[in-house]
Design a protein around this ligand. Structure first.
Ligand code: PEP
Length: 248
């Protein structure tokens, strides 16, 4: 299975900074053929990023969308607008959206359906908080999020990202064993939903991935890529992650 590594820039980078990053990053990864390389800039930088990545091996993702196609929804962005801006993928259900914007499972599900209907690939995020992990609820939370988010959704063009909230932006990475344990569990739930097709769904790990820990995480059986926040903001750091050592 081809690895999938995506940069989630969150609320970072102007249009100029986006162009500057890509002009340095693209030459550094031009020979990488065994990884789907994706960047997710803020909405305002999407068109400029689409121009920069044209005819390269880098793909474009948005960080969110709204489920309606058009209408009186001030401030929102539709799936068709993202396609128009050059996006191939969209991140949905990130824990920061769940936490700061009250996005519940039902909203996440609605967004996934809208994205897929428009033909966008979905990077669907799930993950437990520290309190949930410490209370022994990790598997319950993951099961609920996966099953609710994917209700009446097929497996085409779907990537799932396991992002333990306690590891996001904290410098605390899940150990390889912790990551593999939850990834295997997600694969099992996907198997219940999609049968054999679950084997072909890429499950990314996200949470303080860096050039130093990426090799071990990617060597885990059910880890098929990464969603990277902080360490994706510098071209050399993200290029090193994308060029991780596959010999492990
Ligand atoms: C993220 O928010 O998707 C993420 C994984 O962030 P970081 O790499 O900074 O932990």
């Amino acid at each position: 299975m081809k690895y999938f590594i995506a940069a989630n820039w969150k609320l970072n980078k102007t249009i100029g900074e986006t162009r500057e990053f890509l002009r340095s990053f693209i030459p550094a990864v031009q020979n990488v053929t065994d990884v789907d390389i994706v960047v997710a800039p803020p909405f305002t930088s999407l068109s400029a990023a689409a121009e920069e990545i044209k005819d390269t091996n880098v793909q474009l993702s948005a960080q969110d969308l709204f489920w309606e196609e058009k209408g009186a929804y001030t401030g929102e962005i539709s799936p068709l607008m993202l396609l128009d801006a050059g996006c191939k993928h969209v991140i949905i259900g990130h824990s920061e959206r769940r936490q700061y914007f009250s996005e519940e499972d039902v909203i996440v599900n609605r967004k996934i359906k809208a994205a897929k209907k428009a033909g966008l690939g979905v990077i669907f995020c799930v993950g437990e908080s520290l309190a949930e992990r410490e209370a022994g609820k990790t598997f319950d939370v993951i099961k609920r999020e996966v099953e609710s988010g994917l209700a009446e959704v097929d497996s085409d063009n779907l990537v799932v990202a396991y992002e333990p909230i306690w590891a996001i932006g904290t410098g605390k990475t899940a150990s390889n064993e912790q990551a593999q344990e939850v990834h295997a569990f997600i694969r099992k739930i996907l198997g219940n939903l999609y049968g054999d097709k679950a084997q072909g769904i890429r499950i990314l790990y996200g949470g303080s991935v860096t050039p130093d820990n990426v090799d071990g995480l990617m060597a885990c059986k059910d880890v098929n890529g990464a969603l990277v926040g902080g360490a994706s903001l510098k071209p050399d750091s993200f290029a090193k992650i994308v060029s991780f050592n596959k010999e492990n």
